[in-house]
Design a protein around this ligand. Sequence first.
Ligand code: NAP
Length: 281
Amino acid sequence: MKKRTFGWTREPVAIVGQGTWQMERDDRSAAIKALRRGLDLGMTHIDTAELYGSGAVEEIVREAIEGRRDEVFLVSKVVPDNASYEGTLEACERSLARLGTDRLDLYLLHWPGTHPLEDTIRAFEELVRAGKIRYFGVSNFDKGELQRAVQIAGPERIACNQVLYHLAERTIEHRVIPACEKLAIPVVGYSPFGSGSFPGPQSAIGKALGEIAKQQGATPRQLAIAYLVHKPLLFTIPKASSVKHVEENAPAAELELSTETMKAIEEALPRGRDRDGVPTI
Ligand code: NAP
């Protein structure tokens, strides 16, 4: 699995990682097996959150990474309701306990909330000083919110913006990606398969993607992943609870798309108009 520099942090991070949302609904041992197979294949960026299954998913991740913590770039998130200064410190402790680790590689504010961002960032900085998190970042922040976060935190403190990005939802290409590029902030695209709404082979879009993929010797989902990481600051975190799915997703990081292929994908699934804010799931 290819790694690339995670923006200004200079950390090498797997381009294609592993999401975990709603994993508590899946067969537990299959999900753990899938995550561990993903690690074998180099999908070492694991994304979770205190929100997922009200903590149950962090416990699944704990089992999956047991004995392999040092391989993993481990990411979790605090929900906005908990993101006061004290609340963030406490939420982090709970996540660390559920994950069975003494540190997170990256800790995110899940989306903008009502607690002052200054307080959340002050807590993040305290957690960095205490060695409980290595980096912190944000999620679901639009361009203006991101710029404000950088103003509060200072340059080279916000380590990523995790946002919705899939072939049928390319709004972030208008403003969010360019803003992140200016600041050398990585964009981690979530729900790369539209969270279960990936176009099937019977639909017109599915057929078009199938044709393009065939020419590349790839599957439509591999093509989608390769598109979603087509720029140096882009990362993606597909969720899969089966080994078969993980084994399909991992090699997509190696797929090089020609200019013609990029154009064909963009024609099949146009970017759409610019909109205020960021799209969310
Ligand atoms: P997704 O990754 O777009 O899609 C997941 C779905 O695709 C699952 O049903 C999965 O099935 C299926 N799938 C995966 N690989 C497949 C393959 N090769 N062939 C067929 N089906 C395949 O959805 P997501 O979970 O919404 O997004 C990914 C991650 O992003 C989340 O898990 C979470 O970590 C993160 N996220 C963050 C936010 C945020 O607000 N920051 C919001 C949403 C998501 P199986 O599970 O059965 O394998």
